[in-house]
Design a protein around this ligand. Structure first.
Ligand code: ADP
Ligand code: MG
Length: 240
């Protein structure tokens, strides 16, 4: 398996005028390829800041971040963007889909930056939508879908480029509990297929699907524990 993520004493300080916010004080964490990890912790504890750094959307103020054996701590924004497009698939609480674009177009979007031609983009996007059970919705616009289906489109978009890591910040935060279970079932399948998944959640029931739970408090790791009995609802049928 091997390490895919290593942060060594990373710090993040936001400066706003004369005020400084120490969002991450010193975070040292290792994640292996194929792990399924939840970040938990109170609001303001640094979860999103850490996800942004892990996802190469932002850099630490101090410390070292090694992603896939590469030190990315001091990379320029352009270099980070290149790594991000190759290695990371993002899933957000608010789905972040383009409202005027079809599902197929939304999912194909990351492939434009990756340099694929249109027929290849559409083929890959179709397969990604098929893998989340939405092959019969490819021409629909996001507002013609349920919340759970929209999140599936967002997950297909995160998967389309075959990233090394899937990062999901409160992926079920806008979904009812039954729909959330369907999304967790999908994450369970992705993990079974070998994907590395890191998600942020407030909900114990959701975190319980992951195999490891890291709790943050005040920009520090408060606890980091394996979950000996992750929830797997594979014997349940989930419908929407
Ligand atoms: P969480 O996701 O756990 O709620 P965040 O990582 O969003 O926590 O925030 C951690 C701390 O950093 C908070 O005090 C927050 O107000 C601050 N913060 C987050 N993003 C910014 C930013 N872009 N500029 C200034 N302060 C920020
Ligand atoms: Mg947050």
């Amino acid at each position: 398996m091997g390490k895919i993520i290593e942060t060594i004493e990373i710090k993040k300080t936001y400066t706003m005028g004369s005020e400084k916010v120490h969002a991450l004080q010193s975070i040292s964490i290792e994640i292996n390829r194929g792990e399924y990890v939840s970040f938990m912790g109170p609001s303001g504890s640094g979860k999103s800041t850490l996800m942004n750094i892990i996802g190469c959307l932002d850099s630490p103020t101090d410390g070292t971040y090694i992603l896939n054996n590469k030190d990315v701590s001091d990379m320029t924004d352009n270099e980070l963007a290149e790594i991000r497009n190759k290695e990371i698939g993002f899933v957000f609480q608010t789905f972040n889909l383009l409202p005027r674009a079809s599902c197929l177009e939304n999912v194909a979007l990351p492939l434009i930056y990756a340099g694929y031609n249109k027929p290849d983009r559409e083929d890959k996007a179709f397969l990604a939508l098929k893998s989340v059970g939405l092959e019969d919705r490819i021409r629909h616009k996001p507002n013609e879908l349920s919340g759970g289906q929209r999140q599936r489109v967002a997950i297909a978009r995160a998967l389309v480029n075959d990233p090394s890591i899937i990062l999901a910040d409160e992926p079920t935060g806008n979904l009812d509990s039954k729909t959330s279970l369907g999304i967790m079932e999908l994450f369970h399948e992705l993990h079974q297929k070998g994907n590395t998944i890191i998600m942020v959640t407030h909900e114990d029931d959701i975190a319980h699907y992951s195999h490891r739970i890291v709790r943050l408090r005040d920009g520090l790791v408060e606890s980091d524990e394996m979950n000996p009995h992750p929830t797997s609802n594979k014997f349940q049928t989930v419908s929407e």
